[in-house]
Structure formats: C-alpha cells, structure tokens
Design a protein around this ligand. Structure first.
Ligand code: AMP
Ligand code: MG
Length: 326
C-alpha cells in the first residue's frame, strides 16, 4: 500500500515538473500516506505545513489513542477542539448533500471488513444489518459531541482534503504566490507558478496506478481528489473487496466506476464528493453533477471509457474521452 502511494506521489511530482524559480520542497509520511509539499516562497513554511498536517493527523486519526476521534469513538462523548468540530460539521453537511453516500459514521462497517487493521474478513449480512450508521446518530452541543450507542466516526474519506485545504489557506494568508500539496491521491494547488508554467497533474490508471491515464493542465488554485476501489482492497475467492463502503448496504460499493476525480476550489468538498460519487456509480454521479454548480469531475469506468464533465474537458490531455454536458 505504502509503495503504491509512493508511486502515486512520485508520479504527481514528475508531472508537475521543476521550475527554474526554485520552489522549496519537502516530503513526509502522515495519515498512512506519502506526501509532498512544494512552495514558491519562504522555506520555513515547509515546516509550518508539515506541523499542521501532523497536528490534524493527531486530532482525526481513528487508530491513534491520543486523537479526539479515538476518544469520541471509545467514550461516545467528548469535548473537541474547534478544528475537529469544524471538520465534523462539514462532513455532516456533505453527507446530507450526498444523501448519505458519503457518511462519516461508516466506521463500524469499515472495521467489520477489517480495513482498519488489514485483518480482512467478509462479515455476515446480519452483522452488517445490525450496525448503526447515519449522521442522525451524532449530536452536537457547542463543542461537546455525543454519539449514540454503537456509533463510531471515520474521517478517512475527508481528512486529507480538509487538511490540504487548511494548509493552502494558511499559505495564502502568508502571502505565498504558488504552492502544490500532494497528500496521496489528493492534490491541491495555490496560485500559479511564477514562470507562467501550467500545473500538470496525472490521474492514475486504475489498472496500473504508477502510470497516468489522464493528464490535466491548468493554471491557478484547484483541488483535485481521486477515489477508487483500486487504492485499497483484498481478494477472496477471486472477488475483489475494496475499501469504499456503500453505507446503504454495508458492503464495498458495487459501482461501474474504477475511479472518480473531483476538481473544485475547496479540498474538503473535493474529498467527500470523490468518495460519494464513487459510491453512487456513473449515472447517479452525473445526475448529481448536473444539479450542482461547484465542481467538475473525471470518471473512469469499468469498461475503460473516460467521461469528463464539460468544465473539466478543456483541461485534459493525452487521452481519449467523452465530454458530458449539463
Ligand atoms: P477516499 O479515499 O477519500 O475515497 O476515502 C476512503 C476511506 O473513507 C476509506 O478507507 C474509509 O476509511 C472511509 N470510507 C469508506 N466508505 C466511506 C463512505 N461511504 N463515506 C465516508 N467515508 C468512507
Ligand atoms: Mg474522499
């Protein structure tokens, strides 16, 4: 898994190329992911960004015994920091917006399949049916969060996007002209490179993740987040079981998609929507896009076809694709 993430990050780095104006560059491993940071500006901001990433990991991790989410999952109630309250409120809003396709309370299901520990099993359907999943089981009273009996949170579908967004906002406030953060499958840019070069980002080929199947060229600030079953899975009896769960069934989402990439200005939204649209499948995902006005998407289907929404299509290079209109 780590090797795969490393390949993805290296791919993103290679595709972004090197600028003669010399960005400060750093790498780190956090949130179970290889990450890279490039900032055109003060080098000291590299450590501020990595400190921020470690701080968020320390708050949101489901496995770190010192995290706020861990305390909440263990005790059912906790007073949380403004950061944790903020991500949770955003997660609940995005869950409502996607009619529960993205759901931060999916953790009991994720655990039942063994995705947290890597100790994979296929749970009995009665076990899955008995689990309590749904944001209606989360109660907030100021900074005090309470979860109903058996309810547990997993922010894995949104934490990297939220963290990238927070780091980019911090860099923007510091007056940084250009930066690019690659947190596993999440890429977020700030501004444009001083030499006028475009950002060049690859979308991984789900069947050969170290290769790019699509390349995107653009200038300016954008978040690009990819979700796909190929990113984490196990196989049993010749069947592949992946890590993106359909909260309606408790099982890995049965979808005609290999991956979904969301393009939008906000990293948090991009991350939650990439997970949600993957769960929805291509028809519902495109219907959802048609009723929204704040993102674009690139869908890679099981049959090998690539669909780009009309706002994304002009950014695509080196691939054959079909443009989807409103
Ligand atoms: P992503 O890679 O952003 O699509 O997130 C996948 C991760 O989010 C999984 O490894 C789980 O920890 C968690 N997850 C799985 N299914 C869902 C879901 N339907 N809604 C929210 N989080 C999910
Ligand atoms: Mg996500």
């Amino acid at each position: 898994m780590k090797r795969f993430i490393l390949l993805l990050a290296v791919l993103a780095l290679l595709l972004t190329g090197c600028s003669s104006s010399g960005p400060a560059e750093g790498t780190l491993t956090a949130m179970d992911t290889y990450m890279s940071i490039r900032i055109w500006g003060e080098k000291r901001l590299l450590s501020e960004v990595s400190d921020m990433i470690y701080e968020m990991e320390g708050l949101f991790s489901v496995t770190d015994e010192g995290s706020e989410i861990y305390a909440l999952n263990q005790n059912g109630t906790a007073r949380v920091s403004p950061r944790t309250l903020d991500i949770l409120e955003k997660a609940m809003t995005l869950s409502e917006r996607t009619d529960g396709a993205f759901d931060p309370t999916v953790y009991p299901m994720v655990k039942a399949w063994g995705f947290t520990t890597g100790d994979y099993t296929i749970p009995e359907s009665e076990v899955l049916a008995a689990l309590s999943v749904g944001t209606e089981y989360i109660h907030t009273d100021g900074q005090i969060i309470s979860l109903e009996e058996g309810v547990q949170l997993d922010l894995g579908g949104i934490a990297k996007g939220y963290t990238a967004q927070a780091c980019i906002e911090m860099l923007d406030t510091c007056g940084i002209e250009a930066a690019i953060l690659t947190l596993g499958g999440n890429v977020q840019t700030l501004g444009s490179k001083p030499n006028g070069e475009e950002w060049r980002i690859g979308i991984a080929d789900p069947n050969a993740p170290s290769e790019a199947i699509v390349k995107l060229h653009f200038t300016g600030s954008m978040a690009l987040v990819t979700s796909g079953g190929y990113q984490r899975y196990f196989e049993e009896g010749g069947i592949r079981y992946h890590h993106i769960i359909d909260p309606a069934t408790g099982c890995p989402a049965e979808t005609d998609l290999l991956s979904v990439t969301i393009l939008t200005g906000d990293g948090t939204t991009a991350d939650a929507l990439s997970t949600a649209l993957y769960v929805m499948g291509s028809d519902a995902a495109l219907d959802f896009w048609r009723t929204s006005d704040d993102f674009e998407a690139v869908l890679i289907l099981e049959d090998g076809s690539i669909l780009a929404t009309e706002g994304a299509a002009p950014l695509l290079y080196d691939c054959e694709f079909t443009t989807v209109s409103r």
